[in-house]
Design a protein around this ligand. Structure first.
Ligand SMILES: [Zn+2]
Length: 235
């Protein structure tokens, strides 16, 4: 686990592979921003398809396998379980299968190591923590605002985190304190935000989001990194 001394490391990740990830990755390429995408291989078909629900009156669609190699070229893929399981509601055997199978399918399809893990619905029961560590994931991201980041009971920031298998991001990309937390995170050297691209539903929101990425890329005292690199030996 490491940080670069002189610059704050900024990492981001995005869940579930909605079709808006295409536009998202175009923005990231434009500003040379790194990002990790957390996928559930059981959810996808060859072509993109509706997820069967709406986010604020906008239908949510998932990318298809046929799109993914192009959309995610040059980005990092992480495991979000095989079928977006409620890990707190299934047997230990099913927990293992969900985590193991998710990683295997993604590794085979994308032909890249799958180092990261993200808990569906933010649920991280002890059995899941154990399995992700055992099978070699280097971190497990929650949806919490935890010990590192904005704590529910404290504004104290710490790095390194106590347990990489319970990795609380700093904030969601739409957090109203996003920039305040960004500035505060300079104290610890790491800022980590996450989201779903289907939450960006208007032209104004896309412009606003692009300005966020542009501002981070223009920050000479910050640098983009891959999430997994936080947990690999310093070079
Ligand atoms: Zn998800």
């Amino acid at each position: 686990m490491h940080t670069k001394k002189n610059k704050m490391i900024v990492v981001q990740c995005w869940d579930d592979a909605p079709t808006n990830d295409r536009q998202l990755t175009e923005i990231f390429r434009k500003y040379s921003a790194k990002a990790t995408f957390n996928l559930n291989p059981a959810k996808y078909t060859a072509k993109s398809r509706p997820m069967g629900w709406r986010h604020k009156d906008t239908e949510v669609c998932l990318l298809g396998w046929d799109d993914m190699k192009e959309v995610y070229a040059d980005f990092t893929i992480a495991n979000h379980t095989f079928d977006h399981a409620w890990l707190d509601q299934i047997s230990p055997e099913q927990v293992y299968q969900e985590i193991f199978e998710g990683r295997e399918r993604l590794r085979q399809f994308f032909q890249q190591p799958i180092a990261g893990f993200v808990y569906p619905f933010g649920m991280y029961p002890p059995e899941a923590i154990k399995v992700i560590t055992e099978i070699g994931h280097v971190y497990g991201r929650t949806t919490g605002k935890g010990k590192y980041g904005r704590s529910a009971d404290s504004e104290k920031f710490t790095w390194p985190i106590a347990n990489p298998a319970v990795f609380h991001p700093t904030c969601h990309f739409r957090d109203e304190k996003f920039w305040e937390l960004y500035e505060k995170s300079r104290e610890v050297g790491v800022f980590y935000f996450w989201g779903h691209s289907y939450e960006i539903i208007s032209k104004e929101m896309w412009q606003q989001f692009e300005s966020v990425i542009a501002r981070i890329s223009a920050d000479e005292s910050a640098t983009w990194s891959e999430v997994y690199e936080l947990f690999t030996p310093s070079c």
